[in-house]
Design a protein around this ligand. Structure first.
Ligand code: GN1
Ligand code: MG
Length: 381
């Protein structure tokens, strides 16, 4: 959807939350394609304190109370673990919801919008683009640690905030419907792009079939592991907090690793116009594998480990297909900032898939090196 700069009275919204002190200002924050995110500053006795204030996009998340329920369960569990470990900076290491003055954990405004607020994590940054393997490794270690910490989440299965979110077969069928409907009259101009997807249909069932056969377990996963969804400490370079928890729900661990490949190994922006610049960078892939295995190796199965490289191709393909679907539908889902933005995003994902296809052997070799059992040094006597 083309952003129309809907004006929200963010100052008024903050007045419903337990944010003591005097409101100073707010500004938009981050580059998400779905929700509206702001950072609001308050003066508390002369100290400047900041909060994240966020409007949940209800066209995308149709049951915001289910989203909030999942987030409350997940953040409470993570905080309990950090508390048990005597973590001194607990509120920098897990998102902390700010309750409303009436005790609720979200605020519903007169227009029916759902708002929530978090403590702002100071001294850390979200990176939209990464060149450093050290940073890539750290991001992957953080997401692996996040999955690991949720292995023992108590209670019933988390609810699906968006059903079939990464189900590539469902996404493929939805894509075909969009082609058949041609709602925005854009199909004729996208024939080559559409054919490119059709040629790769066989990819969509690979993980679903493995799951069907009982080889790929369902876990609690993040499902939106863009590199900019992990906060990196500005001083230590450590990945300290995982954000954007709206899609935390049951899924495959591989979906999370795949989106890390998509967003970290890419040599340019997700919507780069010069397709010659699009490349999957092998050293960053190696760093992701190393970081992810450092925290996730204990719980991963052989099948998951074997498909780490493939997951990047599949998720890049699936999200590319979602961008093209949205373009064909007339841009009703992802925020766009210029005409043909979703088409351009699709073409970058397609180039990334091709770059992965060209480097599949090298990726497999890197994975083998990283997963083969370490040789013990013979002890000489
Ligand atoms: C959306 O909101 P953001 O930018 O973190 C989308 C992801 C896509 C991503 C593509 C709920 O995430 O699935 O991978 O854009 N989130 C939702 O950049 O659809
Ligand atoms: Mg995000």
């Amino acid at each position: 959807m083309l952003i129309m700069n809907t004006v929200h009275d963010v100052a008024e919204i903050t007045s419903h939350f337990q944010m003591p002190g005097d409101y100073i200002s707010h500004r938009p924050c981050g580059n998400g394609h779905i929700n509206d995110t702001f950072v609001a500053a308050f003066s508390q006795g002369g100290n400047r304190v900041r909060y994240i204030v966020q409007r949940i996009n209800q066209l995308v998340f149709r049951q915001p109370e289910v989203v909030m329920d999942n987030i409350i369960r997940v953040t409470t569990h993570l905080a309990d673990k950090l508390r048990l470990a005597n973590e001194p900076e607990l509120h920098r290491r897990v998102l902390t919801l700010i309750p409303c003055r009436n005790g609720n954990l979200w605020h519903c405004d007169d227009a029916g919008n759902h708002w929530r607020a978090y403590i702002y994590i100071e001294g850390a940054s979200a990176h939209d683009h990464v060149d450093s393997p050290v940073l890539a490794r750290e991001a992957a270690r953080s997401f692996g640690g996040f999955q690991k910490a949720l292995v023992d989440l108590p209670g019933p299965r988390l609810r699906d905030t968006i059903p079939n979110f990464h189900n590539a077969r469902v996404r493929f069928n939805t894509f075909q419907e969009a082609v058949n409907n041609d709602a925005a009259g854009r199909v004729a101009a996208c024939r080559q792009d559409i054919d490119w997807i059709m040629e790769r249909e066989e990819m969509v069932d690979v993980l679903l079939d493995l799951h069907e056969r009982g080889d790929l377990p369902e876990r609690i996963t993040h499902n939106d592991t863009k590199i900019n969804n992990v906060m990196i400490d500005n001083v230590s370079g450590e990945g300290i907090c995982i954000m954007d928890l709206d899609t935390v729900m049951p899924g495959f661990a591989l979906y999370d690793f795949g989106d890390l490949i998509r967003t970290t190994t890419i040599s340019c922006a997700e919507d780069e116009r010069d397709l010659n610049r699009v490349q999957m960078r092998l050293p960053l892939y190696e760093a992701l594998v190393s970081g992810y295995l450092s925290s996730a190796n204990d719980f991963l199965t052989d099948c998951e480990r074997e498909h780490l490289g493939f997951s990047g191709k599949l998720i890049t393909f699936t999200i590319g297909m979602r961008f093209l679907t949205d373009h064909l539908n007339g841009d009703t889902y992802f925020k766009i900032h210029r005409p043909n933005h979703n088409l351009e995003r699709f073409r970058v994902q397609a180039k990334m898939v091709e770059s992965i296809e060209e480097q599949e052997d090298a990726m497999a070799e890197a994975l083998e090196q990283a997963t083969k059992p370490r040789r013990r040094h013979a002890v000489r006597v």
